[in-house]
Ligand binder design. Structure first.
Ligand code: SF4
Ligand code: FES
Length: 251
């Protein structure tokens, strides 16, 4: 049964992208284990505001595991200690009375800190803009349904499409590689007939943009797959490598 707990937070505070950051310690009492992790941060901010102090800046939007905004490193793990969930799906019942919880922003060259726990994840948007779309006319719903797609391919495409662009993969990678994200976005389109028309151009453009934006190379440590809240498989990275190689050979 959920109870109320007292916790200590060590939160990364940083006034701006070029400012030096540091951990600050806060104590919170009577936090319901039934509350979400972000609700607990709301309580912290209400306390800070009531004390005339600056609230902690952190990103969030949907609070139901869809938008990918809640980019927090909690006790050394992107999205916290539980598997297959985002930060906003983490609950305080995962923690015990007397616990100390470390909260940091994503640590990756591709995601500079804007303030406190908020990072600039627009690099992923730029990679999508480079080629993560279909510009062929696929027609209306009846036309799309007229194209036969095997169940296996449809399932694989849907699994890749589960990626919410949260950035945990690059944040977890010691090389700061965005390969899991890029491979999921390339795969969800390359697996379907509608996406094959632009497949070669897409793979080359997205990989080039990823390199240009300072993301590192993949060395198969699988940290990305371990920390991905949507269980995106690194088999997508193998597919991206094949797509990229075929595109280069065609050149
Ligand atoms: S592949 Fe997973 S960790 Fe990476 S952006 Fe997509 S959902 Fe997040
Ligand atoms: S706030 Fe949208 S996924 Fe967490």
């Amino acid at each position: 049964m959920d109870k109320n707990i007292n916790i200590t937070l060590k939160v990364w505070r940083q006034k701006g992208p070029r400012e030096k950051g540091a951990f600050e310690t806060y104590r919170l009492e009577n936090i319901s284990q039934g509350s979400s992790f972000l609700e607990m941060l709301d309580v912290l901010n209400e306390k800070l505001i009531s004390e005339q102090k600056e609230p902690v800046v952190f990103d969030h939007d949907c609070r139901e595991g869809i938008c990918g905004m809640c980019s927090l490193y909690i006790n050394g793990h992107p999205h916290g200690p539980d598997d297959s969930i985002t930060t906003c799906q983490l609950h305080m019942r995962r923690f015990n009375d007397g616990d100390t919880i470390m909260i940091e922003p994503w640590r990756s060259a591709g995601f500079p800190v804007i303030r406190d726990l908020m990072v600039d994840r627009s690099a992923y948007d730029k990679i999508i803009q480079a080629g993560g779309f279909v510009s062929v006319n696929t027609g209306g719903i009846p036309d799309a349904n007229a194209i036969p797609i095997s169940k296996k391919k449809a399932d694989e495409a849907m699994d890749a499409a589960a990626c919410i662009g949260c950035g945990a993969c690059a944040a977890a990678c010691k090389n700061g590689s965005a390969m899991l994200f890029v491979s999921a976005k390339v795969s969800q389109l390359a697996l379907l007939p509608q996406g094959q028309v632009e497949a070669a151009r897409r793979a080359k453009a997205m990989v080039a943009k990823m390199d240009e934006l300072g993301f590192g190379n993949c060395t198969n440590t699988r940290a990305c797959e371990m920390e991905c809240p949507k269980n995106v498989s690194i088999s997508n990275i193998a597919r991206l490598n094949r797509e990229f190689l075929v595109a280069k050979l065609r050149d």
